[in-house]
Ligand binder design. Structure first.
Ligand code: 5AD
Ligand code: SF4
Length: 432
C-alpha cells in the first residue's frame, strides 16, 4: 500500500472533495494517512477566500521541498481554489509541485498521477468540465454518522469581495436522482445525518426541483435522521424553503444565513442585493415557521468605505437577530475582485478594533445561547467516542457538541439528553 496524505484548508466543500479524492485514489493502491511523514503522495486541498488562506499554501510548499529531498519519489499535488486561481503561478513558483488540479477536475487525478510518475513534466488541470466530475467519482466508502453531500457548486452572485464565482465557476446543481442515489449509499454505509453542501446551496435547481423539494425527498430515506444544508444566500431563501423549516421534521432548526454587514450602504457596495431590513424580515418569517431555529452568519468588517456608523449598524443587526454562533473576518483584498480596487480601503488598526468588538458581542451571544440549553432535554445524535473513557459525543439539533456518559453502542443513534452544564466549547449532560 502507498500512503496518501491529504491536507485540507478552508470550507466544508473542500473537506468533501478531500474525502472524494482519497476514495478515488484507493483503487490505485493509496491508503489515506493522517500524518505527512513517509507519504508517497501529498495533496494540498487549498482555499483562496482570504489572503491568509492562500499564503499558507506557499509556506507549506516550502516545508514540503525539504521533505521531498529525503523522499524524491513523493508526488505533490496542489488542489482546490488556489490551484484554480493561481495554477500557472504555482507551477512557476514551486517546482516541487508535480500536479495542479482545480476543483472541477479531480476525477482526472488518476491519469495525472500516471503522467507524473512517468515524469512528463507538470500536469495542470483547471478547466470547468461541468458535472462530469460527480459521475466520474466513486461511490462513498464507509464512514461517519454525519456526512457531507455536495448538491450544488459555484456561485453567480458576484459579491464584490469574493473570489468564489471565479474559482468555483457558475452555479451548477446536481440532478436530484444523483443526489438521492448518493444519499442512500451514504445512509447504507452508516450516515444518519447529511449536510447538503453548495457555495450557494439554496439556489439549488435540479431541473425544477428546489432545495425544499430535495430535502422532502431525502426525508423519505429510512435511517436518515437529520438534514442540514450550507451555505445560503438571503436572496435565495424561497418561500417553500422557509415553509420546509416548519414542515420537514428532519430538517434541523439551525440555519447558516450569511448577511456580511448590517449597513445598507455597505451591503450595496458588496452587491449583496438586499437591505438590512429585508434580512430582518426574512429571519422573522423563518422564525415564524420554526420558532426554535438557531441562526448563524458570516460577517466582514472593514469593507472599503465602511464608516463607524456602518459598523454600528452591523452591531445593531447582530443585537436584533441574536445569533447562536457566527464567523467574522477582516476584509481581505482578493486579486481580480471589484472591491480590491475600491478607494477608501479601511486601515488595518480600524479593522482589528472592529473585529474585536464584533467578536466580543458574538461570543457573548453564543455563550448566552449555549447556557440557554442548560436544563433542557434535547435529542442528541451521537457521533463518536468522547474525550474521556466511557463518554460519547453527540450534537444537539443546534449543532452544539454534547458529552455524556454512555455506551459506544449509542453512536449512530438519537437519544434524549438532559443538558447540565457548559464548558468552553461544549455542553455536558445525562441520558434522560
Ligand atoms: N475578505 C474577508 N472575508 C471574506 N469572505 C469571503 N471573501 C472575503 C474577503 N475577501 C468571507 C465571507 C463569506 C465567508 C465564507 O468568507 O464572510 O461568507
Ligand atoms: Fe461569494 Fe457572495 Fe457567492 Fe457567497 S454569495 S460565494 S460571498 S459571491
Amino acid at each position: 500500500m502507498k500512503k496518501l496524505f491529504v491536507k485540507t484548508y478552508g470550507c466544508q466543500m473542500n473537506a468533501y472533495d478531500s474525502a472524494k479524492m482519497a476514495d478515488l485514489l484507493a483503487p490505485l493502491g493509496y491508503a489515506a494517512t493522517d500524518a505527512p511523514d513517509g507519504a508517497d503522495m501529498m495533496i494540498l486541498n487549498t482555499c483562496h477566500i482570504r489572503e491568509k488562506a492562500a499564503e499558507k499554501v506557499y509556506s507549506e510548499l516550502g516545508r514540503l521541498r525539504r521533505l521531498k529531498r529525503e523522499k524524491s519519489d513523493m508526488l505533490i499535488a496542489v488542489a482546490g481554489c488556489v490551484a484554480q486561481a493561481e495554477g500557472a503561478e504555482i507551477v512557476a513558483r514551486a517546482p516541487v509541485v508535480d500536479m495542479v488540479v482545480g476543483p472541477q477536475s479531480y476525477h482526472r487525478l488518476p491519469e495525472m498521477i500516471a503522467r507524473a510518475a512517468r515524469r512528463q513534466g507538470h500536469a495542470l488541470e483547471t478547466d470547468f468540465p461541468a458535472l462530469e466530475k460527480f459521475d466520474a467519482l466513486p461511490a462513498p466508502g464507509g464512514g461517519g454518522v454525519s456526512r457531507f453531500l455536495t448538491v450544488q457548486e459555484g456561485c453567480d452572485k458576484f459579491c464584490t469581495f469574493c473570489v468564489v464565482p471565479y474559482t468555483r465557476g457558475s452555479e451548477l446543481s446536481r440532478a436530484p436522482e444523483a443526489v438521492l442515489r448518493e444519499a442512500r449509499q451514504l445512509v447504507d454505509t452508516g450516515a444518519r445525518e447529511l449536510v447538503l453542501l453548495g457555495q450557494n446551496v439554496n439556489a439549488y435547481d435540479g431541473g425544477g426541483w428546489s432545495l425544499a423539494k430535495l430535502c422532502d425527498a431525502l426525508a423519505e430515506i429510512e435511517g436518515l435522521e437529520r438534514i442540514r444544508y450550507t451555505t445560503s444566500h438571503p436572496r435565495d431563501m424561497a418561500d417553500d424553503l422557509v415553509a420546509a423549516h416548519g414542515g420537514n421534521p428532519k430538517l434541523m432548526p439551525y440555519l447558516h444565513l450569511p448577511v456580511q454587514s448590517g449597513s445598507d450602504a455597505v451591503l450595496e457596495a458588496m452587491n449583496r442585493q438586499h437591505k438590512a431590513d429585508d434580512y430582518r424580515r426574512l429571519v422573522d418569517r423563518i422564525r415564524a415557521a420554526r420558532p426554535d431555529i438557531a441562526m448563524t452568519s458570516d460577517f466582514i468588517v472593514g469593507f472599503p468605505g465602511e464608516s463607524d456608523a456602518d459598523f454600528e449598524a452591523t452591531l445593531r443587526l447582530v443585537r436584533d437577530i441574536g445569533y447562536a454562533t457566527a464567523f467574522s473576518f477582516k476584509y481581505s483584498k482578493r486579486p481580480g475582485t471589484p472591491a480590491s480596487t475600491m478607494r477608501k480601503q479601511v486601515a488595518e488598526e480600524v479593522k482589528t478594533a472592529r473585529l474585536e468588538a464584533l467578536q466580543k458581542l458574538l461570543a457573548a451571544q453564543q455563550h448566552g445561547f449555549d447556557d440557554g440549553q442548560i436544563g433542557k432535554v434535547l435529542p442528541v445524535l451521537f457521533e463518536k467516542p468522547g474525550q474521556q473513557p466511557g463518554q460519547v459525543m453527540g450534537r444537539t439539533p443546534y449543532l452544539q457538541p454534547v458529552h455524556v456518559l454512555g455506551d459506544a453502542g449509542l453512536i449512530g443513534a438519537v437519544a434524549t439528553v438532559r443538558i447540565e452544564k457548559r464548558t468552553a466549547n461544549s455542553l455536558h449532560g445525562v441520558l434522560a
